[in-house]
Design a protein around this ligand. Sequence first.
Ligand SMILES: [Cu+2]
Length: 296
Amino acid sequence: MLQSSHARFVGFAGVTGVTGTARRQGRGRGRRRALAVGAGAVIAALVLSGCTANEIVFLDLPEPVTKEGLIIQNLWEGSWIAAWLVGILTWGLMLWASFAYRRKHKDDAPEQTAYNIPIEILYTVLPLIMILGLFFFTARDQSEILTVSNDQDETVEVVGFRWNWAFNYLDQDAYAVGSPDVPAELVLPVGEKIRFELVSPDVIHSFWVIDFLFKMDVIPGKRNVFELTPDKTGVYAGKCAELCGTEHARMLFTVRVVEKAEYDQYIADLKERGQGGLFDTGMSTDEGQMPDERTL
Ligand SMILES: [Cu+2]
């Protein structure tokens, strides 16, 4: 008899008070399930798209093929790791706030807050520290990469002209020149420090070798100089990265990094082909003529 009344009591409580809690628990579980499904869908989309971790996290920065490229790679990846950490923390706090401070009952307004001075100071100071941090590492790495120490093994004068490139091997007394139809090729010995000197006889171009993770403007009347050491043999794409006129898109070239013996042979071949001496930048005119169309 006692037992059955107890059972009836529990049954009664179950119908009234416990049902509300159960409904709330059910709703909480539903939300968690929706979140898990959403997160799962994002992860599945990333995995099924066949993207590598480098593509997802670091936006597919190419592997650098120069010694100095490592500095750029570290700066890039470090910046992204910092950005992801800040992003994940911020998204997490936003999600947490929207759940923790949502309205508790249908007819209530959510909790109202205003004038939280310590938090507002935090909002101002933290981003400032982050920006100063990014600025510090960028300035440090930039000055390291742009330091010219004049202890190069080879010097190449790069002539950017409308509409291709010429490469004067200053220490070898030989040159190569391209046209939009037959783009120029720059051949470099692997493991040797190259001093690049950029000149232009016409308008501003920009010398960009993608896998060097480096580019610099080529400015008329100015000699821009930098030094890099290619440390992986291979063939790499180069292009003009400054909109310089109608044939800008055809200012392509290739860089071939080879062993020293092959480099020496290449220079000898250039000379044999009559490309001893230096490409005369004065021959380039302001009318965008191709080298082979030029008249003096
Ligand atoms: Cu150009």
